[in-house]
Design a protein. Sequence first.
Length: 427
Amino acid sequence: MKKIAVIGLGYVGLPLARLFATKFPVVGFDINQKRIDELRGGKDLTLEVEDDILQAVLADQNPYTTQTNSLWCSNQLTDIEEANFYVVTVPTPVDKNNRPDLTPLYKASETVGKVLKKGDIVVYESTVYPGVTEEECIPVLEKVSGLKFNVDFFAGYSPERINPGDKLHTVEKILKVTSGSTPEIGLEVDAVYKTVITAGTHLAPCIKVAEAAKVIENSQRDINIAFVNELAKIFNILDIDTHAVLEAAGTKWNFLPFKPGLVGGHCIGVDPYYLAQKAQEHGYHPEIILAGRRLNDSMGEYVASQAVKTMIKKGINVNGAEVLMLGITFKENCPDVRNTKIVDVIAALEDYGVKVTTYDPWANPAEVKHEYGIESLTALPESKFDAIVFGVAHNEFLNIDLDSLKKDTAIVYDVKGIVAEKADNRL
């Protein structure tokens, strides 16, 4: 029988581990002791798995020994020694120069390599450029384990498609791409996922195809958002309502419904750099992909400049002005602050001499402080402000009492277009 170990219990790993635990004995491994304690207590602070659903599959001991379909969370290497199907779900960030940082993958591969046995299968889910699994991760597994790839152990790749905060498109409801290092292993990997993925699976012909498919999913979305962001800049110059234009164009059956905005998070704002890096290593400079990235990365400063311009038009003294930033997570109704571009808006506003107060009922203030050095409030301040910026479309913001927060001449800038009728300007 399959004994599954999921390496990394974050936004991707935990929902997958929980799902696998409905059909297999599963050990979820994470190096963060605080995270393990939280999960053993039946709480998921990422809010990806509801507490009752998590608690329904939690085991009070390693399920490999009892061969029960349940989940045990641990940071002890000995707890995954008996696994024969490893799934790596660690993050793949970029460094300050936007170059792929494979450090988490290397370390996870070292961890698995220490317990790897003959006949085991290691599946990677982390988003990478084509070739990372076989050219970067497999050599680490071979070196640490002393085993030979496709002789003693095997590999697969099945890209994650988690959408943080989305309670409709959960992991089991999203069609899963699978692959294996040999045709036979591909079928075996596919069969394991097919057991729990109700939406079905798509078996790719090889690992590199599966890797490439994942990275272009997010690159395509990034480029489309960059296009409408550029449209927003153009239409603002022409004094035309961008959202009204998109609504009118959207009446055509094949017009794609993208909206302008800040592009952050762990996928769309990062993955295109992985593909660009691989292309450049092979002598090709990807023009469209990197142009889209440059435009989207510039939007934080653009939003700040437009908000400041609107303040000036209303006679507000920008230097020393007090601004309320509503939201700091990278998307609505989600506590995930990874690679959030709201911090770019805040930094740009502060460069103008503006004092920014940040309110986000979803974000963990300690995490925001640790990651960005920004104080984030979870309760709405009682002060009045010169400007209010809607940065994120949390449900809590939809019916907020703006009059109680505004000074007499205050402006409202709506990045997400959620309170258009109340806003002085919007992206």
